[in-house]
Design a protein around this ligand. Structure first.
Ligand SMILES: [Zn+2]
Ligand SMILES: [Zn+2]
Length: 418
């Protein structure tokens, strides 16, 4: 590692970049090792070990596991005097059947590199740098929601992360999403000898899906209601006693998504009534809230990224990303979730093509740029009190950005992450 001594209260971008260049071989090795061994939500032990081991070697103290999740961890670098607490977020879970088709190997390794770069470039920084390992983002795992509920973010002033993609954006809206299982229970019978003795749970599913399609014209155009039949019965010659649909109900706000869940419940109840079955509608995980991007911090990230030669623009407010548990965190504190292009424009997320892209040298070049952007924001938050003040003003609504929805009042439950 080159000997670099900070000469100003906040390190220059060149100093942060020099640290990241020194960290690059390890960053690539950690990222590729995670990529080669994809782990599903809450089973990411290999990734957790790789990332936390690197941070411990770099002088961070470890809390592992953390927040009641066995694959979460918190790595802490405590400064020489009091100051803000800034968290860099590392995701590292993969998708069933596709592996790292969302590129979380890059998120995890890039986040760790960013946190270590700040600690090295600013060894006697004020405040605290945290690297929070947040497992289970995919498949409704809601890792961040669970960690927030366990108090992991109680003392955090701001949280930053980046996400790989097919273009570079300072932020984009994310939909609120409820994750439902609609399970019908009927009565089994021989499907040919005495079907009238049975009540088909699969018929309940069919009527329910038809009712959902009948609803579609009358729900907001911003809403998305989609699912799969996760249980369609067991055998053709048995009237199915059990059948189920796994469903996501999304819209621009948690309030609107909740309202739609009420209508979906009515459709399910109607289907059960029509088919002589019973239905149970349950939430398979916490609701993902809509995302608020802190534009003050996102602009600071963008300035660094542009200085390193990557063009980045604000996202289209009418073109939302999917949904993520970062949304819930963004309701609790100033958060950024920018995107960095690592794949050819048009490469779909959650695809085989994105998985291949997430292992290329180009993706790692871009991840280094993103890590520099995150390191820039973290270092500035620690050393420039006005930046945190401005970010907080936007968050509380004292400073209104035209691209942001006004902050809605949070219930006590929401404040604790739900
Ligand atoms: Zn992702
Ligand atoms: Zn994803």
């Amino acid at each position: 590692m080159p000997a670099i001594t900070p000469t100003s209260p906040t390190p220059s971008l060149e100093m942060l970049t020099a640290q990241l260049t020194a960290l690059r071989p390890r960053m690539d090795a950690v990222s590729l090792a995670i990529h080669a061994c994809p782990e599903l939500k809450f089973a990411e032990f290999h990734a957790q070990a790789l990332l936390s081991g690197w941070l411990a070697e770099a002088g961070f103290s470890l809390l592992l596991p953390a927040g009641g999740l066995s694959t979460a961890f918190v790595a802490t670098h405590t400064g020489s005097r009091p100051g803000p607490c800034v968290a860099v977020l590392a995701e590292y879970d993969a998708l069933p059947g596709i592996g790292h088709g969302c590129g979380h190997n890059l998120i995890g390794a890039g986040a760790a590199a960013a946190a270590i770069a700040v600690a090295r470039a600013l060894p006697d920084h004020p405040g605290t740098v945290l690297l929070v390992g947040t497992p289970g983002e995919e498949m409704g795992g809601a890792g961040k929601v669970r960690l927030a509920a366990a108090g992991v973010f109680d003392d955090v002033d701001a949280a930053v992360m980046f996400h790989p993609g097919d273009h570079s954006l300072t932020g984009r809206p994310g939909l609120a999403a409820a994750h439902l299982r609609v399970a019908f229970t009927g009565l089994s019978a021989h499907a040919a000898v005495s079907p009238w003795r049975g009540r088909s749970a699969l018929a309940g599913v069919q009527v329910f899906l038809t009712a959902l399609d009948a609803l579609r014209q009358f729900i907001p155009p911003t809403a998305r209601v989609h699912g799969v039949v996760s249980d369609g019965g067991q055998a053709p010659n048995v009237v199915p006693a059990h059948a189920a649909v796994d469903l996501y109900v999304r819209d621009r706000t948690a309030v609107s998504a909740r309202e739609l869940v009420g209508r979906v419940r009515q459709a399910a109840a109607g289907a059960a009534l029509a088919t002589g079955t019973e239905v149970d509608v349950s939430e398979t995980g916490p609701l993902y809230e809509e995302r608020r991007n802190n534009t003050v911090l996102a602009e600071r990230f963008a300035t660094a990224v542009r200085a390193l030669g990557v063009e980045i623009a604000p996202g289209d407010p009418d073109s939302p990303a999917g949904s993520s548990d970062i949304g819930n965190l963004s309701q609790l504190m100033p958060v950024i979730h920018p995107y960095i292009q690592v794949a050819e424009t048009g490469t779909p997320g959650h695809s085989d093509a994105m998985r291949e892209a997430a292992a290329t040298p180009f993706a790692h070049d871009r991840t280094q740029v993103a890590a520099a952007g995150l390191a820039r924001v973290v270092a500035d938050l620690l050393t420039e009190p006005e930046l945190l003040t401005a970010a907080r003003e936007e968050f509380t609504g004292a400073r209104q950005d035209p691209r942001q929805e006004p902050r809605r009042e949070l219930s006590g439950a929401a404040q604790h992450g739900r």
